[in-house]
Design a protein around this ligand. Structure first.
Ligand code: SAM
Length: 278
């Protein structure tokens, strides 16, 4: 199980051992300040979507849809969201190694703003990956297309970075010897993989599927790399890295550094303990 470090303690310690394979409790922008420059090989970020829901959503049978209406997804305006996005992306860029890459996942609500800010900050976009969901939620009102995908932006720290990690041959071998495409088909997280509380309800509203993270980590990291997740949530990134055996040996371990916001009112106690997965 990963150590959970209060941010105040971390700032007293500068040894890498204090933040490797750990979850740093606190706001990721502040937590990132405690990390050295150019110390991370890869970043997977699943930031707030800023869904701007205009009230409760019901199914045709009038049952309530369990939407993402958590405190952490509330922003007063696009300007506030953009300022937050710029702050965490800048902090990520500082800690990323020159040959490092970053993944950011989002929906139509936020990914275009995030992508523009990434380009403004001199990240170099390598691909956008469409995660097509095999089992998306219906559009209950029938007023729009069914929203059946999310987008992941994959970018290098600098335009000049040429030797970033991309495990092309491994991906091809895992894809019937055909070049891996930029549209990926995976189901949303459900069944036994979905973390649920004693009440049977899901513990985190946006838990990502492990298969998605597995492909991300397989594609862009190698054993021994340091992986950072600034928005750890239920801990999918850590769980997958562990399942892939990247924490198995001290000398060749991949390290996960993760940040978790203090539990908000709508975040359950189980999602506040992602270290149990990692
Ligand atoms: C979209 S979810 C990430 C879900 C995660 N990828 C998973 O598979 O469970 C975003 C998470 O970031 C957290 N969060 C929001 N703002 C944060 C901040 N400023 N610093 C750290 N974490 C934050 C939220 O509490 C939420 O758990």
């Amino acid at each position: 199980m990963a150590a959970v470090l209060p941010l105040a303690d971390l700032k007293q310690q500068v040894r890498p051992a204090s933040w490797m394979n750990s979850i740093i409790k606190g706001d990721c922008v502040a937590a990132l300040e405690a990390l050295p420059d150019k110390s991370v090989d890869a970043i997977f970020a699943d930031p707030p979507y800023n869904l701007q829901l205009g009230g409760a959503l019901h199914r045709p049978d009038q049952s309530l849809v369990d939407a993402v209406d958590n405190d952490w997804d509330q922003f007063a305006s696009f300007d506030v969201y953009d300022a937050f996005t710029r702050a965490w992306l800048l902090a990520c860029r500082r800690v990323l190694k020159p040959q490092g890459t970053i993944w950011v996942i989002g929906s139509y609500h936020n990914i275009f703003r995030v992508g523009a800010i990434m380009q403004d900050l001199n990240f170099w976009l390598l691909n956008d990956i469409v995660w097509r969901k095999t089992n998306p939620m219906p559009n209950f009102k029938g007023r729009r297309f069914q929203n059946a995908h999310e987008t992941m932006i994959w970018a290098s720290r600098d335009a000049k970075a040429k030797s970033y990690t991309f495990n092309y041959e491994a991906l091809k071998a895992s894809n019937d010897d055909v070049q891996m495409r930029s549209d990926w088909l995976f189901p949303i997280c459900s069944g036994g993989e979905r973390l649920k509380g004693a009440d049977g309800k899901k513990v985190h509203p946006t838990q990502k599927p492990e298969a998605l993270l597995a492909r991300v980590i397989m594609a862009s990291t190698k054993p021994g790399d340091v992986i950072l997740d600034p928005f750890f949530g239920s801990g999918t990134t850590g769980a997958v890295a562990k399942r892939l055996g990247r924490n198995s040996s001290a000398s060749s371990a991949s390290r996960i550094i993760s940040m978790r916001h203090p539990p908000a009112s709508k975040q359950s106690s189980r999602s506040a303990r992602p270290n149990s997965r990692f």
